[in-house]
Design a protein around this ligand. Structure first.
Ligand SMILES: NC(=O)c1ccc[n+]([C@@H]2O[C@H](COP(=O)([O-])OP(=O)(O)OC[C@H]3O[C@@H](n4cnc5c(N)ncnc54)[C@H](OP(=O)(O)O)[C@@H]3O)[C@@H](O)[C@H]2O)c1
Length: 329
């Protein structure tokens, strides 16, 4: 191949701008493995990068896309062979390395995971970084003794990629769940995924005391700010709050009271630089015992081409996510 299509973000006088253009292998950041990309996913972080918001891309120009699935074309590392099906999430893709919004990606072997037998290339990116992150949160909660008997798990940003897959994973693991959402009209979508209760975020009484009535067994939070604070003060003794996102705010406020009077744990969830053994184990779970049912029908909102990524990214920034956009290369 001489040149191929990529969605690359450039620094311009009017700010970072995403351009659909032809690039060559010489343009890509280095790595031992060249992959013919089949699918990528559109994540909130990608939406920030593609719409020119700061904080994601470290240098320009940079091909966006923090995850992909595809087939190995060439490898100078014996761990991977041409024809092998692989996926990658995080590991600096679409941040300080060129990412998955291109027909080819070149990455360090360390960043790649063999495609689990239970997932197709499309299903792997229907889950993508969102599914991996939701699974990482569940794993950390279980390791910290979260038990269904403690009560329902509140999931915020519930219609988004992480939130919707978290609902499916929690349900499968035997937890009751409550979807806290800005889109109560998406109730049917959320219940089908596994929500036992759907709560309109606008009607939520966030309270103000250091401790409010404890109602949740634990929580998975994608919003940050005042909603995260609310969760810490309403989780029951020994429950876990998995802190994943900042779709509403980067602020972390509150008191130590939930931690020292209820033993509540605030668990940090970080999907980019993850020990390789954890990555492999989590993807095996996602392709096996934790595999959500009907991934394509329930989680995929649309399969789109590279040219449609900027408009879909605008929708995510506007909080209009519902399930996952999968990008077909
Ligand atoms: N820690 C990590 O490694 C990691 C990994 C992946 C994602 N994240 C973060 O997790 C969050 C969710 O990611 P995602 O890919 O699931 O995003 P997404 O698909 O765009 O979904 C985000 C959801 O959050 C809610 N939301 C969006 N904007 C909002 C706003 N301004 N105020 C309140 N709610 C808003 C909406 O849900 P409702 O309408 O249902 O409320 C939306 O569907 C993002 O902040 C992302 O950066 C972190």
């Amino acid at each position: 191949m001489t040149s191929f299509k990529a969605l690359r973000v450039h620094q311009t006088p009017s700010g970072p701008t995403a351009l659909l253009e032809s690039v060559t292998l010489a343009d890509l950041t280095p790595g031992e493995v060249l992959v013919r990309v089949a699918f990528s996913g559109l994540n909130y972080k990608d939406a920030l990068a593609v719409t020119g918001r700061g904080g994601v891309l470290r240098t320009y120009p940079r091909i966006a896309g923090i995850d992909f699935s595809g087939v190995v074309e060439h490898s100078s590392d014996t761990a991977f062979k041409p024809g092998e099906r692989v996926l990658a999430t995080g590991a600096g893709l679409g941040e300080w390395r060129d990412g998955g919004f291109a027909e080819y990606a070149r990455v360090p072997a360390e960043a790649l995971v063999p495609l689990p037998t239970g997932l197709s290339l499309l299903e792997a990116m229907a889950l993508g970084t969102a599914g991996f992150t939701a699974a990482l949160a569940l794993r950390r909660m279980l390791e910290n003794h979260q038990d269904p008997a403690q009560g329902p798990i509140a999931v915020t940003g519930a219609t988004g990629g992480v939130g919707s897959i978290a609902l499916a994973l929690l349900k499968r693991a035997g937890f009751a769940t409550a979807a806290i959402t800005g889109k109560p009209q998406a109730g049917a979508f959320l219940r089908e995924l596994g929500a036992d209760e759907v709560i309109d975020r606008a009607r939520l009484d966030l309270g103000s005391k250091p401790l409010e009535k404890a109602v949740w067994g634990g929580a998975v939070d994608n919003l940050g700010g005042e909603v995260l604070t609310y969760l810490t003060r309403t989780v029951k003794p020994w429950g876990n709050v998995a802190c994943i996102g900042l779709a509403q705010s980067r602020a972390l406020t509150g008191t130590v009271m939930p931690l020292i009077l209820r033993g509540v744990s605030l668990l940090g969830i970080h999907s980019v630089q993850v020990p390789r053994a954890w990555r492999l184990a989590i993807w095996e779970l996602l392709g096996g015992p934790w595999r959500p049912a009907d991934i394509e029908a329930r989680i995929v909102r649309a399969v789109i081409g590279l040219e449609s990524v900027p408009a879909a990214a605008q929708a995510l920034i506007a909080g209009q996510a519902q399930g996952r956009f999968v990008v077909r290369l």
